[in-house]
Ligand binder design. Structure first.
Ligand code: SF4
Length: 319
């Protein structure tokens, strides 16, 4: 596949951290971002975070994409991000010991599950040993979740992570204004269904900050998520605003302390500190190029979640 047949422009952004690069794919009506990480060498561990939509309808307040939505990416556009990063970096997938392809850069994968599913079948051919992770903000859909369970049954490398981020629905509504989403209790039930269907543990992702790291938060998370079924990913907050990235380093200590509290309650935790956040926006939600593209493109509409935020006249939560 020639990348020029799928995208009119591809830009590579190098970080001062040589282990991370960002790629921006552009054409008239769409933009996608993908981030490539190596851990030591590509052969030892390679992680690719890719986009599934151009913009995103979910409207999360902390996300660089959240205020705009263009369209779903096609399966070809999803696959091309991975193929391009492989060819540009001379990665030989069969020689990579640990490879992870994650749909967590831009877009809500469950809202584009058919194309994600088609792309995952291709990834599973290109790199059969690669872990394929779906990270979802948990929208309500007619068929999205049943399609995901089918996919995860067919491909045993498919994993699932929910962006939970708060321990109450009220707090979660403030940062994820989309009304058509699962409640925390419904997420907990969906995770159990995933576990029962596949035998694999789902993850809940929690961005730790000064107002959601109390003992009460720990207790509520423990009540919702059974550590025999769930694992926790703890992240530093990814700032949508390029000027706020300095705050990140001071958050790492807070995340580690919160991780200790969850471990005491029986959870396995992993801490995600996105490399490249400071200069190229390596973290989820740091889609600065998308904001520029959206401003200049009439096909980009205000995202549904963000319209709800405007209608109810809530002040955007600055975290
Ligand atoms: S954080 Fe994820 S789900 Fe939320 S608006 Fe951004 S891309 Fe969409």
């Amino acid at each position: 596949m020639n990348i020029k047949q799928t995208w009119s422009k591809v830009k590579e952004l190098k970080s001062s951290d040589s282990d991370v690069k960002k790629y921006i794919f552009e054409k008239d009506d769409a933009i996608a971002e993908a981030v490539l990480y190596k851990y030591g060498t590509f052969e030892s561990r390679t992680v690719m975070c890719i986009s599934t939509q151009t913009g995103c309808p979910m409207g999360c307040t902390f996300c660089g994409t959240g205020k705009f939505f263009g369209r779903n990416l096609t399966s070809l556009e999803i696959v091309s991000q991975v193929k391009h990063m492989i060819s540009e970096n001379d990665i030989e997938p069969s020689e990579v010991k640990k490879m992870q392809i994650m749909v967590m850069s831009m877009g809500e994968p469950i809202l584009n599950i058919q194309c994600v599913s088609d792309a995952f079948h291709i990834f599973n051919k290109i790199a059969p040993h690669a872990d394929l992770l779906i990270s979802s903000a948990a929208p309500k859909t007619d068929r999205g979740w049943s399609c995901l369970l089918e996919l995860a049954t067919l491909i045993p490398k498919v994993g699932l992570q929910f962006s939970v981020h708060e321990s109450t629905d009220a707090a979660r509504d403030q940062i994820m204004p989309m009304k058509a989403k699962l409640s925390l209790e419904e997420i907990a039930i969906m995770g159990i269904m995933f576990f029962k269907t596949t035998g694999r543990k789902p993850y809940f992702n929690y961005c730790v900050h000064g107002n959601n790291n109390s003992d009460d938060d720990v207790m509520r998370l423990r009540m919702l998520f059974d550590p025999r079924i769930w694992e926790a990913t703890l992240s530093v907050i990814c700032e949508a605003d390029e000027t706020m990235s300095d705050a990140v380093s001071s958050q790492v200590d807070m995340v580690i302390a919160f991780s200790g509290k969850l471990v005491e309650k029986g959870f396995n935790t992993r801490v995600f500190d996105p490399a490249g956040q400071d200069d190229i926006g390596g973290g989820c939600g740091q889609l600065w190029a998308v904001q520029e593209f959206a401003k200049n493109n009439v096909n980009f509409k205000q995202s549904s979640g963000n319209k709800i935020l405007c209608k109810t006249d809530l002040t955007e939560v600055k975290r």
